[in-house]
Design a protein around this ligand. Structure first.
Ligand SMILES: [Cu+2]
Length: 183
């Protein structure tokens, strides 16, 4: 039992080192100038997010969808519990699926990311639905998404804002399984 724990702890340390290395690649040595609201990736040890982007709703004021790849480089599984997106009043974890041959969207209460695995949030599948946009986002700009894991660890990362047309699935017309996103 003790041996297992100490191995696990050292693997966690390894994961931490890998993440720090990965994050360090983007950072410059100079002191950051606080000229824009964009953020660097800032994730708990053992979690790495890449390829973050946001698809605006087809109509201004509609929900947007956030996509990214999340890698669990740690030794234990991670459970995503909630998400928030800067510039939006609320956000949910969603999974696209099919029900009666129609596309449907289900809210996930939490999402397990097993140790060593990468979960892809991508169009037609998993996404973070960003609701209640507070102000129009410009295509090509960036905003920040934050995931919170069970236990309280967080992962914040930038997402590039893309136009609605870049996304295959139109959320404004898709079935939302009875949920009211427009509220
Ligand atoms: Cu959705």
């Amino acid at each position: 039992m003790m041996i297992t724990k100490s191995i696990s702890a050292s693997m966690m340390s390894l994961g931490l080192a890998l993440v720090l290395t990965a994050c360090g690649g983007e950072a410059t040595q100079e002191a950051p100038q606080d000229t824009q609201a964009t953020a660097d990736t800032d994730c708990a040890p053992g979690v790495a997010v890449t390829n973050g982007w946001l698809a605006l709703g087809a109509v201004e004021g509609n929900p947007a969808a956030v996509y990214f790849d999340l890698e669990n480089t740690g030794a234990t599984s991670r459970m995503i519990r909630s998400a928030s997106v800067m510039g939006f009043g609320s956000a949910q974890l969603h999974q696209m699926g099919e029900w009666n041959l129609q596309p449907s969207m289900d809210e996930l209460m939490q999402l397990d990311v097993p140790a060593g695995e990468t979960v892809k949030f991508e169009p037609g599948s998993l996404h973070v639905m960003a609701m209640e946009p507070q102000e129009p986002l410009e295509v090509g700009s960036e905003t920040e998404t934050t995931l919170t894991f069970v236990g309280g660890d967080k992962c914040s990362f930038p997402v590039e804002v893309r136009a609605a047309g870049d996304e295959p699935m139109n959320h404004a017309e898709g079935e939302h399984d009875g949920m009211d996103h427009a509220e």
